[in-house]
Design a protein around this ligand. Structure first.
Ligand code: HEC
Ligand code: HEC
Ligand code: HEC
Ligand code: HEC
Ligand code: HEC
Ligand code: HEC
Ligand code: HEC
Ligand code: HEC
Ligand code: HEC
Length: 366
């Protein structure tokens, strides 16, 4: 398939010809690697569609149990696969009519098995899908958990992340409650109303294929890093006038320190400290000035009381929140800090000077 490289004729034209040949070889190789058979797929497609283009074609006896076998040829042609794939790339053996029997027995098996059609070309996604929480649901025979086609479609597949909001909408199809909360959150609003690329979609926190169980403590203890990935990024946060000190001040605080120390202490260890999400919420995060914000001054004690039973109204006031101590905020703490900032170098410097003077005396007076 790869034409032999001609001897160099010299000059740019020759170099271009070599490059073009290499490029062709590379594309051929990529196609072969993807498993797409060579040759125009149209003849085969037309053949399949001569039966499957019939809207009335269905599996099973007519009635509620029957399933349509109609395939919309135009929609398939418009899909990401329409240009290069043959029907039999995903349905091997089906060129034979009447079709040979297939292995699956139940509907759940058929759905779970449908991902085998994608394995040859998207192996990484295929592999990851076995590490997903959804796999557990599929494994127990529950047909409500998504396989590839529930999120991507089978014959109408479009680029998965265009526009970006399409990602969150994909999950919304089954996770209604959470998606509604998210749609009203500071993150979700920015995404769904303005396609803002700076805010997180579902898969930024959960991923799309190897979704971790969000109830496992070790995963939860890593969520501050997840938030900090954006909230400690000056370029991203400056566009919204938000402080990037939230991450570092959290880690310097008792809650953050305990969270760092507790990591890796076993999957089921009970939650022993406050994470970002305990104060701000998860899918329903609001602006901190929003009247409904759990961290608004008026609501803050209630938030602390989730864990600090019997906290008084003044309890949160005694805490520095995300502030670095300053003359305005916690002047006493700041004062002590400044004092030590001067005092410690003074003491250490003095000590060093004393040692040097001693050495000097020893050298000079010997
Ligand atoms: C002569 C008509 C005809 C042609 C041509 C035809 N099919 Fe079919 N196909 C059927 C009928 C009828 C069924 C239902 C019976 C069965 O499952 O074997 C079916 C079933 C199927 C199914 C199984 C659907 C399911 O989920 O149960 C697939 C997949 C399929 N065809 C793909 C193809 C492909 C790909 C081609 C082209 C290579 C093709 N068919 C050509 C008539 C046809
Ligand atoms: C990218 C892979 C892929 C290609 C290409 C593809 N199919 Fe499918 N097809 C699937 C998957 C996966 C399913 C199972 C869908 C499900 O379970 O909902 C399916 C289901 C079907 C069915 C059963 C009815 C249905 O829609 O569930 C028929 C019939 C069928 N395909 C025919 C075709 C024909 C004809 C072509 C070519 C025009 C084709 N397929 C191209 C992946 C593909
Ligand atoms: C729960 C929904 C869901 C399931 C199930 C799912 N995907 Fe995805 N997939 C997504 C989302 C959302 C994206 C967009 C990128 C992202 O945010 O991960 C994506 C991206 C992709 C991409 C393009 C980007 C990339 O990662 O390479 C491919 C290819 C893909 N998926 C294939 C598959 C295959 C094959 C399966 C089955 C083994 C599968 N997906 C199962 C939701 C899903
Ligand atoms: C024969 C190889 C082949 C098979 C089988 C195949 N795909 Fe693809 N898929 C491709 C190629 C090639 C592209 C890139 C098309 C492009 O970029 O124009 C693609 C693109 C995609 C994309 C878009 C990626 C993006 O950039 O967002 C998704 C999603 C996807 N495939 C899902 C699937 C799913 C789900 C299946 C199984 C039902 C499947 N594919 C089966 C070859 C294949
Ligand atoms: C086709 C439906 C469907 C789609 C689409 C879907 N999920 Fe799920 N998901 C489920 C089902 C069913 C469960 C299991 C719920 C249960 O056990 O109560 C689940 C469980 C989960 C869990 C584990 C939490 C739990 O309650 O066990 C997470 C996290 C999750 N999904 C995230 C996502 C994300 C992120 C997306 C989009 C990329 C997505 N899901 C798309 C059906 C879906
Ligand atoms: C900013 C990060 C983030 C985003 C964005 C996000 N989640 Fe979550 N999600 C989490 C965290 C953290 C948890 C664990 C919450 C807990 O234990 O209270 C969680 C828990 C879940 C759960 C299981 C717990 C439950 O309440 O049932 C599901 C399902 C889920 N998310 C789906 C989604 C979907 C769907 C989206 C998009 C609409 C989404 N998430 C967006 C961080 C996020
Ligand atoms: C113990 C509760 C608590 C924890 C834990 C917590 N926060 Fe906060 N957060 C607050 C309070 C209270 C405010 C409001 C401070 C103010 O403006 O007076 C706030 C404000 C914010 C703001 C707004 C900053 C601004 O410039 O207005 C962001 C963003 C934020 N937090 C993110 C985080 C992140 C990320 C984490 C984890 C790394 C976290 N928070 C952990 C209580 C908490
Ligand atoms: C993908 C980046 C990203 C991730 C991850 C992320 N955020 Fe945000 N967050 C933003 C952006 C951007 C805004 C500003 C949106 C706007 O104002 O339109 C924001 C706004 C906020 C606000 C509102 C601040 C205010 O008062 O205006 C809070 C609180 C917040 N995020 C907390 C969190 C927490 C807690 C997490 C982790 C569970 C988190 N965020 C994860 C990007 C992110
Ligand atoms: C999810 C539970 C949780 C929430 C919500 C929470 N805390 Fe804590 N907090 C803890 C735990 C557990 C400790 C002890 C371990 C440690 O230092 O992290 C602690 C320790 C503290 C301490 C150190 C002194 C002490 O009492 O041990 C202060 C002060 C404190 N929290 C203030 C607050 C304030 C103010 C709020 C509300 C804005 C708050 N906490 C919200 C769980 C929580």
């Amino acid at each position: 398939m790869v034409p032999p490289l001609k001897p160099r004729t010299g000059g740019t034209a020759g170099a271009l010809a070599v490059l073009a040949t290499l490029f062709l070889a590379a594309t051929n190789f990529a196609e072969a690697a993807l498993g797409a058979a060579p040759g125009p797929p149209q003849a085969e497609t037309d053949d399949c569609l001569s039966c499957h283009g019939d809207q009335g074609l269905a599996a099973g006896k007519p009635g509620p149990g029957s399933r349509s076998l109609f395939v919309d040829g135009q929609a398939f042609a418009d899909s990401v696969h329409g240009r290069d794939l043959r029907c039999t790339d995903c349905h091997p053996g089906m060129a034979e009519v009447p079709h040979p029997p297939r292995p699956h027995r139940t509907e759940a098996e058929r759905r779970a098995g449908s991902r085998e059609a994608c394995k040859a070309c998207h192996f990484e996604n295929y592999r990851q899908s076995f590490d997903s929480v959804h796999q557990r649901v599929l494994a127990r025979g529950d047909v409500h958990a998504p396989s590839c086609v529930d999120c991507h479609g089978s014959h109408t597949t479009v680029p998965a992340a265009q526009p970006r909001s399409a990602i969150s909408r994909t999950c919304a199809a089954c996770h209604r409650g959470i998606s509604d909360a998210y749609a009203n959150s500071v993150h979700g609003r920015a995404l769904l109303e303005t396609e803002n690329a700076d805010v997180p979609v579902c898969t930024d926190c959960h991923r799309g294929h190897a979704i971790a169980d969000p109830r496992v403590e070790n995963w939860l203890l890593r969520t501050p890093e997840l938030c900090s990935g954006c909230h400690a990024d000056p370029a991203r946060m400056s566009r919204y006038g938000l402080s990037t000190a939230v991450s570092q001040t959290y880690l310097a605080d008792f809650h953050g320190m305990t969270a760092s120390l507790s990591r890796g202490k076993g999957e089921e260890a009970p939650r022993i400290t406050a994470l970002c999400i305990d104060c701000h919420g998860v899918h329903d995060i609001t602006k901190v000035k929003d009247p409904a914000s759990p961290v608004l001054k008026a609501n803050l004690v209630k938030t602390c009381r989730k864990c600090h039973e019997g906290a008084t109204e003044s309890f949160p006031a005694a805490w520095l929140s995300h502030y670095e101590p300053s003359w305005q905020k916690a002047p006493l703490v700041h004062g002590v800090k400044v004092f030590y900032g001067l005092f410690i170098p003074f003491v250490i410097g003095g000590l060093a000077l004393q040692i040097l003077l001693h050495l000097w005396r020893v050298v000079v007076n010997r």
